[in-house]
Design a protein around this ligand. Sequence first.
Ligand code: 13P
Ligand code: SF4
Length: 350
Amino acid sequence: MLDLTEMRATLAESYDLAPSIELAEEMHEIHEKMDRVIPLPDFARYAPYIRAINKLKREKNAVILAHNYMTPEIYHGVADVVGDSLQLAIEATKVEAQTIVQCGVHFMAETSKILNPSKTVLIPDMKAGCSLAESITADGIAEMRAKYPGAPVVSYVNTTAEVKAASDICCTSSNAAQIVRAMDSDTVIMTPDQYLAQNVANEVPEKNVVWWEGSCIVHEQYTAKDINDFRAMHPNTRIIAHPECPPDVVAASDFSGSTSGIINYVETNKPKEAMLVTECSMASNIADALPEVDFVGPCNMCPYMKKITLEKILWSLHTGTEEVIVDPEIAAKARIAVERMIELSQATAK
Ligand code: 13P
Ligand code: SF4
């Protein structure tokens, strides 16, 4: 268990972590990637951690895989690879360094371990969970199979290794419709995100999609009324929603896609104003690269993703904790479901 007081005392003895404007100015190339959202005095607090983490990464032969929901000081300061769940899974298969530090939530770290089992996979905070992953167990998969005999189970990667192992194939938000369309069955079971499943059902009407009742605590909070009220006040804002949002929210938006799909859409279309109907760090991470875009409207924070901080990343590298272990038998079965997804999504990519 992470003891924050002990962690801070040990880190302060081992590294020079005092805020420093001078160091922040020296590290201007990194700061420039986030100075629209992180002013110099704040960056002065992060700079000593960024310096220490990047040095330790080299010494310990480690790479940092970071999800698009990480805060800008992690995303731009210390990550070696950033991406959505699918991109991170694919990148995990290619890692040659001995250690992967997964800056994201626990199921992402498990996916890296499943796909690259000889590596040490660390997560800076074991408590970085996910409401979707917590909503279903392997028993839930068995229940769905009993209810819909013969139907294949497509499980979102936002699930535990055990659930993946009990599924036929995985999907992410960037390939869910593609995977469901490719299933050789009229009825397809999707777990655990009811809203992703309902959005896929709308996109793939030729399939009878049935679902588990899980949801993401970040995206379920948005309502179509919020979107329509916002649009009435800001008619020129481009509204872009993640498919973990309820289907009427997606229908009221201009575009829906995975976190990287959202980034690509904004980079390509460069709207004057954009509202990202997703986690708050998304807009912060791309604000500097897109000075012509104003990011407006409310966003929701994922409390699990926000458990990952620079000081915990430094601690993780310093101590080699917390290691993510997956039972090898479960990992072998889960690997089949994740690799099937990667192969199928690459084979059927447009
Ligand atoms: P993607 O990055 O795959 O779109 O997933 C979003 C998410 O909520 C991950 O937890
Ligand atoms: Fe899970 Fe939602 Fe947080 Fe993603 S944003 S980790 S789906 S709770």
